[in-house]
Design a protein. Structure first.
Ligand code: HEC
Length: 122
């Protein structure tokens, strides 16, 4: 019985991966490379770059309640134009010169997976 469950679980996992859009792994790479140093691989805001000298902690993407206050458009803006564009800390860099709009859309979706939240609508 236990064995069956494991097989069922791994089958479910495989089909999940198969269903993911083609660029999902690309997005993960982008996130790992550019964002995880500060925001952490799982989004807890505990990346290796973060030292106690940081005046503000990188946003914890797993804090669904906080993340729900941001719409997808809010997130996209702050990722493209940096913290100060949203009256946030300049410790959050702007990425519009580094990443394409499509890559940022992918990141917004990725962050929604990390927070397991839908965000403010509109
Ligand atoms: C050098 C460290 C650093 C890197 C790298 C970084 N961030 Fe941030 N980020 C921050 C900090 C610090 C904040 C919190 C700013 C504040 O609350 O004032 C933040 C906040 C955010 C927020 C929330 C903004 C808000 O309005 O609350 C989002 C979304 C975000 N970052 C996305 C990203 C994405 C996506 C990447 C990768 C492309 C990234 N960050 C890379 C440091 C970083």
């Amino acid at each position: 019985m236990k064995k069956l469950m494991i097989i069922a679980a791994s089958l479910a996992l495989t089909s999940l991966f198969a269903m993911a859009p083609a660029n999902a792994s690309e997005t993960e790479k982008v996130y790992k490379f550019y964002c995880a140093q500060c925001h952490g691989l799982t989004g807890k805001g505990d990346g290796p770059n973060v030292t106690k000298d940081f005046p503000v902690s990188p946003r914890n993407f797993t804090a669904a309640k906080e993340m729900d206050k941001l719409s997808d458009a809010d997130m996209k803006n702050v990722i493209m134009d940096g913290g100060p564009s949203a009256s946030k800390s300049p410790m959050m860099p702007p990425w519009s010169k580094t990443l394409t709009a499509e890559q940022v859309d992918g990141l917004v979706k990725h962050i929604r997976v990390l927070c397991q939240c839908k965000g403010k609508q509109g």
